[in-house]
Design a binder for this molecule. Sequence first.
Ligand SMILES: [Zn+2]
Length: 530
Amino acid sequence: MKALPAFRPALVPAPLSCIVLDGVCDLGRGYSVRNPPQFATAATALAGRFRKSGRPEGGDSAISIAFIEDVDIRHGEGYRLDASPDRIEIRASGAAGAFYAAQSIIQMELSGDGRIPCCRIEDAPRFSWRGFMLDTCRHFFRVEFILRMLDLAALHKLNRFHWHLTEDQAWRLDLVGHPELAGHGAFRLDRRFDVPVRMGGSYSVDDVRRVVSHAASLHITVIPEIETPGHAIALLASHPELACVRSGTAADVGSATDGIAADGIATDGIAATGFEPEDRYGIFEDVLCAGNDAVFDLLGDVYDEVIALFPGPWVHSGGDEVPKTRWLSCPRCLERMRKQGLVNPEGDPDPEALQGWFMGRVGQLLTGRGKRMIGWDELLEGEVGKDAVIMSWRGTCGGREAALAGHDVIMCPQTKACYLDHKHLDLPEEPGQLGVCTVRDSYMFEPEPAGLPAQARARILGGQANLWTELMYFGRQVEYMAFPRLCALSEVFWSPKESRDFEDFALRLENQHGRRLDILGVNRYRGPLY
Ligand SMILES: [Zn+2]
């Protein structure tokens, strides 16, 4: 192990460069902030933290903190920070850069008890996409918890929040035009008890506005995910008519069998089945019917409201884990495949091609509304526009293939890297599911696949940590799974590849950074890092 200088910034993620100078800047003497109006988010973040820490504002010997607009700082998210005994000067060209300088000061202030080592830091991120995803469908989390996670993400200079809002288990968005979606989809019966317990919740339009506006004040863009065409049973709970019509006899068909004609089509026009939000986890055969135009009408309505609520340029439309069994027995889907020529070389209906067609149509709905579609890497199995952004989750091969094909790519592989629902250690006592991913595994992840030509490499926008919450019932459990692996990934997404050093990260975590998380009350994992 290397020796750790007694007092150094020890930032996470590590900056591009940092020179430690003699002396200490003591915010216990008080502070005053001067900033141009366009850097207000940075000044607000600083003042908010200092107030919580009890640092006095003003006073004769106050440290002067000056934000200065400097167009020579080329990167909009970059900054230069000079801390001397009496003054901290921050130079940035963009508001985000000034904000990240403020986050660096906040980190130093937290772990140094108000004392900041005199230093010069020059900093800018490696990747433009530094994301984290929270699944609020398997379990529901209050807006207050989401705001807290956003604060913690901003402290680590993350800038994208992917909000997983619809699933088999829940539809969380309470939309004005379609109240039935959350009305039937936001709660489910937890059947583990002798008397089933109703569990869940939804986000109102005001809740969403609070999250989006708080995120914006932290320079975080929120990306809503509306899952299609699979993982949609909670949607089918209010719109069973959008499920596939199943062929065969009434006995083959779900629970609601009244009024079913011999061909399986319900006589009232509603698919002959009842749905309720799933209380099991997995991949379910009932998906949105690709042969029913009403599916796209509803999605269009949903997108109209979604784009009014989420000002960012992207909407995530899922596209993963779609079983094709229903489509292959649904007269409408078979008809769609015939009409669209979605057949394999033998001339048989090709449900994989139908999936591509479906996602292509979803992409058009979004493009027509001025948004870009993001989807999981299954999108590559069909024809989607080059404008679609691919999230590579089943390893990094999908991302590599997508980048070579001209798609922008976000890397979030489940393979010992970005899936924070995996266990920290291979021990029965550790919570988690589906795999093991140590802090070191996350830290060693490299988002750019080896050997990509420069043009394709430029397509890798960055990476993302994903928090699937099947086994996370409460926010405090989410924190345990997220930290410190999210700290490790923030360094993967921000810091230069050449300067990444796991031993040094472990030292920073063990000392200053762990202390910061403790002061903020983060329920972090404290076991071995590998
Ligand atoms: Zn169908």
